[in-house]
Design a protein around this ligand. Structure first.
Ligand code: ADP
Ligand code: MG
Length: 187
């Protein structure tokens, strides 16, 4: 059989990593073999764990790019039942090809990451994965400006460093479209 591809996406603080780790836990409770990856660029809370904003964490294999991820996967003697990849937007778009390969191996794949940059533009890697996915879970966060549970965007407070700039609440907040527009106009 071909593995199922699930993509968990949305803005910052929408619970993407929480949901990813919840799925991983379900496999582990069922004594299934799991493998969690994260990109080397994301060192916000830990160098070698996937960590949520509520500090729930699970050990992860840290890889610098798609190539290293796939090379590691191919060295495995025993195939996992499911592969989990956090922060997929940080990977090159080749990840979509590799994820398809892994699914063709009969492995379920769960990908979590931002759908859009702080510029309200799609991240190519996430967009491709969403197109290939059997299921896309779009999460939302609480808008940190108006307090409504409808934030779909990440707003960058200090607009420097580009779209691949790692940061927490000091740098990014979750906002709804209306508040994003208001901030863009009025600063
Ligand atoms: P993500 O991976 O999408 O950035 P996490 O799963 O790491 O999110 O963290 C989600 C947690 O972040 C929530 O359970 C909540 O405790 C916290 N949080 C902080 N700010 C917000 C917000 N604006 N909206 C929703 N949750 C938030
Ligand atoms: Mg996360």
């Amino acid at each position: 059989t071909v593995g199922k591809l699930t993509v968990i996406t949305g803005p910052m603080y929408s619970g993407k990593t929480t949901e990813l780790l919840n799925f991983a836990e379900i496999y582990e409770i069922g004594r299934k073999k799991t493998l969690i990856f994260k990109p080397a660029i994301d060192t916000r809370y830990s160098a070698d764990d996937v960590v949520t904003h509520k500090f729930h964490k699970m050990p992860a294999r840290v890889v610098k790019d798609t190539k290293e991820l796939f090379e590691y996967y191919q060295t495995l003697k025993e195939k996992p039942d499911a592969v989990f990849i956090d922060e997929v937007h940080f990977f090159d778009a080749e990840l979509a090809v590799i994820v398809k390969e892994i699914a063709l191996d009969g492995v379920d794949v769960y990908c979590a990451g931002l759908d859009m940059s702080y510029l309200w533009e799609p991240f190519e890697t996430t967009a491709k994965l969403m197109a290939l996915a059997d299921e896309v879970i779009k999460k939302k966060a609480v808008c940190e400006v108006c307090g409504e549970y409808k934030a779909t965007l990440s707003y960058k407070l200090k607009s420097n460093g580009g779209v691949f700039d790692v940061g927490g609440k000091d740098k990014y907040i979750a906002v709804c479209k209306e508040c994003y527009e208001r901030y863009e106009k009025n600063g």
